[in-house]
Each structure stands twice: as C-alpha cells, then as structure tokens.
Design a protein around this ligand. Sequence first.
Ligand SMILES: C[S@@+](CC[C@H](N)C(=O)[O-])C[C@H]1O[C@@H](n2cnc3c(N)ncnc32)[C@H](O)[C@@H]1O
Length: 255
Amino acid sequence: MNAIVSLEAGALPQQHPGTHYNEVIARLSALRNVKRYLEVGVQRGITFSGVKAEIAFGVDPEFIVNANVAANKKQTRLFQMTSDEFFRDVDVVAEFGGHPDMCFLDGMHLFEYLLRDFYNTERISSRNTLICLHDCLPLNHIMAHRSMDFANQNSAHTAYPGWWTGDVWKIVPILQKYRPDLRVMLVDAPPTGLVFVTNLDPQNTVLRDNYLDIVRDYFTQPNDQEAIVSHYRSNNVFQTDAVLADMNHSLFFNT
Ligand SMILES: C[S@@+](CC[C@H](N)C(=O)[O-])C[C@H]1O[C@@H](n2cnc3c(N)ncnc32)[C@H](O)[C@@H]1O
C-alpha cells in the first residue's frame, strides 16, 4: 500500500482526504493505550472528550467547555492559564506521576508559540512520547496569515470562510533544520492536517537555546501562497488511514 498522498505538482490540495483530526487523535489514544495525555488549547473540549487515557491534563487560558471532558478517563484536570504559565508553574511530570504518552498541541496559532509549546512539551516527555501538532497543513495563504482578523475578513468569499491556521506550519522547516534527529511526519487529516513528532530527546536544548534567532529568522520568511506550495513540495504527506491501521502502527511510531 502506498501511504503517501499524491499531490499535483505546484498546486495546493483543496481539502485533505483523510480521517478527521478529532477521530485520529481519539483512535491513536486508544491504539497506543495512553495513560497520560496532555492537550494545549482545549477550547470546547471536542477533541479532548474523545481521548482515552487514565489521566488527562488540558490547558487553555479561556475554556468554553461544552463537551464531556471526563469521558473515557479516570482523572481529568483543566488548567486555566496560558501554556507558558503552565510549563513555568506546574511540575507536570510530578502531577502526572510520569511522562505524558501523547500530547496534542493546538494552542495559539503563531509559530513562535507552537515552538515554545513544542520544546516545553519535549522537555517533560520520554523518548517514545508522541507529540501531535495541529493546523500545519494550511490550504491557502489567507488562513495562514498571522492575523486571525485578516483571515476572517478575507476568507468570506473563499471555500474556507472563517478558517485560521496562522503560520504554525513554519514549525516543520524549523524542526527539520534545527532537529534533524526528530522524526516529523505530515498527515492528511482534515481540515488542516496533523503533524506527528517522535524520537524525542528531552535533554536536547537546541530549540530553547536558539529560540530568539529562530524567531527572528522565521518571522521574516515568506508566508504567502508560494511558500505554502513549497511547504507541500518539500514534504511527503501520509494518509491517516495508513497510520491508524493496527498492523502499520508500529511501522510509523514507537509504542
Ligand atoms: C483551535 S482551539 C483548540 C481546539 C481543541 N484542541 C479541539 O480540537 O477541540 C485553540 C485554543 O487555544 C487557546 N489558546 C490561545 N492562546 C493560548 C495559549 N497561550 N496557551 C494555551 N492555549 C491557548 C484558545 O483559547 C483556544 O481555545
């Protein structure tokens, strides 16, 4: 089976054909028999409620929970604060009673926030933790604009009214440049993709040490349609269904 999605050269996909990201995260949590789950950016709790875990932490400065966040879990804890405050103030490993097995980073949609969320999460992880990143496969440059207001105002007459991914896709070239030791896998989960990062190294401080240089450099890197086309040209996008297939799971991830 070819697990790679074929894309027309030079074009952006109009939509991602795979399994919806909520379901991918839910099924992966069950497949991986997750004990400790961390989600940054929970909002209504839709993805969080589908996750199966023994203990799950959610972080959001402004929860508007209307889903059953306790579903499928023995313990659920919500931390109403920014992720920077959470990683600064909470001894996550002590509170969890161990390292998280799976983390979903879906907070502020700006690449420098996701970069901090990533290295703070890696620091509390074990080598085999699975870190999932959201929104890194935008479908056009309007939704990828750094301003949510701009994306809202300019998307009304597109196929994606109100969609905003921000520029978090830039985390992919950043990880590829600064952390070639990581395994970074793009997946075609609608609406705007998932990225799975494995082979973590909690002792590695390269991203933290180079944070200001990385931000200065990537802030001025283009975020236009051509840059996003090039993002797809530079990366294979894998099918969600291949990743989710029981028999293939161990091919893609350590368990
Ligand atoms: C797209 S929503 C999350 C959706 C949720 N993960 C799901 O799939 O159901 C993004 C959330 O990130 C939160 N957020 C914004 N800034 C944040 C920050 N600095 N730290 C943590 N969360 C943040 C917002 O309040 C918002 O609820």
